[in-house]
Design a protein around this ligand. Structure first.
Ligand code: PXG
Length: 445
């Protein structure tokens, strides 16, 4: 094993770290170690430059090594490294929530802090159920997700999620009372669509079918990603989200948008809700909230939801939920500095400016060997490859590793290569991404 490790890391023992969502044995036999980052780039442990095509893991939206964030975090650590938010408070938690409420869609101005997207999802699901109860609809406990949906790895998230690998190992322990809408990926109708696909808005009507099956009086919430990332970039057909919104409103079902990847500028507005002009009742966010520098998530709830809890004795805790590190002061400092950068550099709308160039670049890969679809929206892209017979995912994994060897970091999921670069990307970087990815796809049989 050690023979394949470069001299600089030869002394690092890789055995103890049980890596998340990773083929541990394969990785440890041939590790890919990142040691430094700045701007659009990583450097490997042996000093090789790697262009970051995925903003780390869809989170480093303002690019790497932002001094303003480092300084804010350092200042906060030097001032007060921790303070509780249970029955206590600290000013920057309130300041951050207030700042966030100002970039959120109108009405979604109550913010609950978590430490990750997974926790944001479980929090939102719990709030939805408790909200229905608080407004006198306690029979509404059912949750509706979508096939191929990804909502993190908590028991709530995997239950409403629809990725088979996240579900099959834990099947017996899923939440009861969950149903799923169909996904909207359809290559027969929509392959090589530029931007949103035209076909598929009618799939939203499946929600009416599910409601007819279970009765609206049993359903608390619908949770969907406006654009799914993890399952390989699935875009909402034109009109689909609006129809979902209408059906939820009609049946008094809470609509949750999981904006963990679409939030904070990924598609040209602060949130997908604004980009698509479809406003949910709650949004879950994480990742870009702190530019990935410190873990943090946030649930944005409509004021009417918060207000529904604010009844009963004043000394009673209204929502029995929270994390030790909810609104951790260091994470708040990182988030405030991140919001300053987004505002100063116009990054929350930068994806809209660049998306025509990005779209052309992505679609220039059409026609390469084994490419069966190219999808794009904002600064998100995906290239779907034909699977090798009997070896699903193998071709794309090879593309992923070869891109890394050639100096480009992409994400692979199944036979899909996903891209989500930092929003500070320049046209020369876009050209480089497409050049390397194109060459690698051509060279991969
Ligand atoms: N919801 C959505 C929509 C996500 O994309 C989560 C929840 C969970 O967030 P945490 O912070 O608990 O991981 C996510 C996470 C990928 C990839 O390659 C995407 C995610 C995580 C890791 C990899 O597409 N999204």
């Amino acid at each position: 094993m050690n023979a394949q490790i470069t001299p600089l890391v030869a002394n690092t023992n890789l055995d103890a770290f049980w890596m998340p969502f990773t083929a541990n044995r394969q990785f440890k036999a041939n590790p890919r170690l990142l040691a430094r980052a700045d701007g659009m780039r990583y450097w490997t442990a042996d000093g090789r430059e790697v262009l970051d095509g995925v903003a780390g893991l869809w989170c480093v939206n303002a690019g790497h090594g932002r001094r303003e964030i480092t300084e804010a975090v350092t200042r906060q650590l030097n001032t007060m490294e921790f303070a509780p938010t249970f029955q206590m408070g600290h000013p920057i938690a309130f300041e951050l929530a207030d700042r966030l409420s100002k970039v959120a869609p109108a009405g979604l101005d109550r913010v609950f802090f978590t430490n990750s997207g997974s926790e944001a999802v479980d929090t939102a699901l719990k709030i939805a159920i408790a909200y229905q109860r608080a407004r006198g609809a306690a029979t509404r406990t059912r949750l509706i997700g979508r096939e191929k949906g990804y909502h993190g790895v908590g028991f709530g998230g995997i239950s409403v999620g629809g990725m088979v690998n996240n579900r099959k190992a834990f099947g017996a322990s899923m939440l009861p009372g969950v149903d799923h809408l169909p996904h909207t990926l359809n290559l027969e109708h929509n392959a090589f669509s530029r931007g949103l696909p035209q076909w598929g808005a009618h799939l939203a009507d499946e929600l009416e079918r599910i409601i007819a099956l279970h009765d609206a009086a049993t359903i608390a919430a619908v949770i969907i990603e406006p654009i799914s990332g993890s399952s390989g970039v699935i875009l909402p057909p034109v009109g689909y989200l609006k129809r979902i919104r209408e059906i939820c409103t009609k049946h008094e079902i809470v609509l949750i948008f999981d904006e963990v990847i679409t939030g904070f500028g990924r598609i040209g507005k602060a949130f997908a809700a604004q980009a698509f002009n479809v406003i949910p009742d709650m949004m879950t966010t994480a990742k870009g909230l702190t530019n990935g520098a410190i873990p943090m998530g946030a649930v944005f709830a409509h004021r009417k939801i918060y207000d529904a809890f604010m009844h009963g004795p004043e000394n009673a805790i209204e929502l029995f939920h929270g994390y030790t590190y909810s609104a951790h002061p260091v994470a708040c400092a990182a988030a405030l500095a991140t919001l300053d950068i987004y505002a100063k550099e116009g990054l929350l709308t930068q994806a809209a400016t660049l998306s025509p160039i990005w779209e052309n670049a992505m679609h220039s890969l059409k026609g390469l060997p084994h490419v069966i679809d190219v999808r794009n929206y904002g600064l998100i892209g995906a290239v779907e490859l034909e699977p090798r017979s009997g070896a699903p995912g193998a071709r794309a994994f090879e593309v992923f590793t070869r891109c890394f060897e050639r100096g480009l970091l992409v994400r692979q999921t199944g036979d899909i290569i996903a891209l989500s670069p930092p929003l500070i990307i320049e046209t020369a970087h876009i050209s480089k991404i497409v050049e390397i990815l194109g060459e690698v796809i051509r060279a991969t049989s």
